[in-house]
Design a protein around this ligand. Structure first.
Ligand code: NAD
Length: 283
């Protein structure tokens, strides 16, 4: 399949990053958001990142201009009728994603592949609302998208080989490395990472060690670039809790039970860096 036009749905943190890397790789990109302020902010953040890349001599001025030329903001989802691939990156809510996939299934040509950047929702369930479940797939980019090399390419139970191959090839053209993952709760990244973070929170909860000492053990002892509690604050403690609940519910296994201290911090509104307080405090 010859991919020319890509539409990214949702111009937030992830959607704007995905649109940027697609445009940098030479694709014509439509960036859609239903909220025009979010759309303006998304484009502004791409411009800022490209300007910084020029200043640091990582790209040329011409490459920046050409990238921006290939990128078109839109507040009309109907524009999906001209694209080969859609990558959805709206909020992590099944009802919202199902509504969007139903609409995209009506609007897009038969050959269009519908991908989702969900970090935890079952892709099999999203695929089931369309009449082309074999062309629905997960493309789980990491944050920040322009920097992080990995994309988990997740096959729903219905996804066919052709769809998988097209998306694996696209990932390569975006200068990313893809891994093949099947659709089970947490995929690979969050299934491995989140229980480690949850266990780190348990060690604090049970008084085994202080927040700083737990992070030091993992940094100096395991060579992690960042301690698990610092990382949890960056990800957002609300997001960490949400993903633990997905794992707990999805597997029905008590080893995934969220730590009560994590739940309590979230109840207090201590979400980590974004709220100014989590395991650490932020200015
Ligand atoms: P975000 O809140 O920054 O952006 C979401 C955007 O979606 C907003 O701009 C919002 O206006 C838009 N939106 C909401 N409903 C919409 C609708 N019905 N139609 C069109 N646009 C709509 O969120 P984000 O952090 O970019 O996350 C987006 C997706 O990526 C989620 O599924 C999330 O789980 C996944 N993800 C996030 C991360 C991360 O670290 N933030 C990492 C990997 C995957």
């Amino acid at each position: 399949m010859d991919i020319k036009n890509i539409m990214v749905i949702g111009a937030g943190q992830m959607g704007s990053g995905i649109a940027q890397v697609c445009a940098q790789a030479g694709y014509q990109v439509l960036l859609y958001d239903k909220n025009t302020t979010a759309l303006e902010n998304g484009i502004a953040s791409i411009q800022k990142l490209l300007t910084r890349a020029v200043e640091k001599e990582r790209i040329t001025k011409e490459a920046k201009v050409a990238t921006l030329d290939r990128l078109q903001p839109t507040d009309r989802i109907q524009d999906a009728e001209q694209v080969d691939i859609v990558i959805e990156a709206v909020i992590e809510n099944m009802a919202v994603k199902k509504e969007i996939f139903t609409k995209l299934d009506e609007l897009t040509p038969d050959h269009t592949i519908l991908a989702t950047n969900t970090s935890s929702l079952p892709i099999t369930e999203i695929a089931a609302v369309t009449k082309r479940p074999e062309k629905v797939i997960g493309m789980h980019f990491m944050n920040p998208v322009p920097v992080m090399k990995l994309v988990e390419v997740i096959r729903a139970i219905q996804t066919n080989d052709e769809t998988y191959d097209v998306i694996a090839q696209l990932t390569k053209k975006l200068n990313k490395t893809s891994v093949h993952v099947n659709d089970f709760p947490g995929f690979v990244a969050n299934r491995v990472l989140m229980p480690m973070i949850n266990e780190a929170i348990y060690t604090v909860y049970e008084g085994v060690a202080s927040v700083e000492d737990v992070d030091t053990v993992m940094k100096l002892g395991m060579n992690h670039p960042m301690g698990p509690l610092t990382l949890a604050d960056f990800i957002g403690l609300d997001t960490c809790l949400y993903i633990m609940e997905v794992l707990y519910e999805g597997f029905g296994d008590s080893k995934y039970r969220p730590c009560p201290l994590l739940r309590q911090y979230v109840q207090a509104g201590w979400y980590g860096k974004k709220s100014g307080r989590g395991f650490y405090t932020y200015e």
